[in-house]
Design a protein around this ligand. Sequence first.
Ligand code: FEO
Length: 390
Amino acid sequence: MGVREIKPRIYSVALMDWDRRLFDGLIPLPNGTSYNSYLIKGSQRNVLIDTVDLSKGQEFIDILKKQGINRIDYVIANHAEQDHSGALSLVLEVYPNAKVITNSKCQDMLMNLLLIPESKFFTVKDEGTISLGDKTLEFILTPWVHWPETMLTYLKEDKILFTCDLFGSHLATSYLWVSDETKAYQSAKRYYAEIMMPFRKSIKKHLERIEGLDIEIIAPSHGPIYNKPRFILDAYKDWVSDEVRSEVVISYISMHGSTEKMVKYLVDALITRGFIVKPFNLTQTDVGELAMALVDASTIIIASPTVLVGPHPLVFYITYLVNALKPKLKFASIIGSYGWGGKMAEQIIGLLNNLKLEIIEPVIVRGYPKGEDLKALDRLADEIQNKHGG
Ligand code: FEO
């Protein structure tokens, strides 16, 4: 994509990964992603804020060289993960006088992950600053905005907050700025759900501090830049709040139709009672979509047949993932079927130990659901409604 000016002498150097379809071997990327580095030319010093994934390292260097950048004084590392730090060793090779500026935790991680020698680093503390001559960078330590070492960099004179993963989106686009807020909202929400949701409480705390800054631009290291920062700050405020909506997520799988019949019945019963219901058939679910649905939902129903004596393995996998993502769910229940026995519901409940959930009496039926079984599902729908005070 090359170099694009955000403000005088401040540039985006964003490398698009249009075709990437999987991140961390886990997260689907329907819209690819981007690795955004930023170049600031101060009156005395040039600085890069974060680098890019190693797969784009040479392209990154070629762009800088083509731009005539023969001197980099500092590289700010806001985060040690390799999609931003991957090209750091290469940058230090090409610009041997550059110092890496970061916090001590991030330094330790970069030395460990990339084998960068200690002599290359200059560490900063929370609220530490460096001068580029006519521009000043302030560092804001925000641990657990993905990893324990994450920090933000604030360019005071230009009121730009460089947030690395925070407020990012996996979205490869030729637009430098957010142009379509609906699409940007969906992409940022998906990113929040997949990457940030487990750190909801830390982010909530850090947001209060960010609100105190005078910000004109939020420049993340994935996806387009926000020139209306209120848009993304308000979205995050909503996502990290303790408020839930009357939404029920149902993750299910069926082998011979019994569990599917129960799911369909319960979906209708909940819709009739005024709930928004989001069923996900795990044989074809994009886990990013499921994660997004969990951002606002109050309730999850996990529906599984019994395989041998436990849940279907896909249900096991998804339940493990839901537990790891730590959504702000309040209620859960289990429905499903069995042929001759087992402890499917107990095993699923045991997998949800990260979440502070109230478990509503499961409905587990033998074989195909019959009249009494369907009545039990009606009672479950009533109970969910009662819990919501509806
Ligand atoms: Fe985009 Fe946590 O790396």
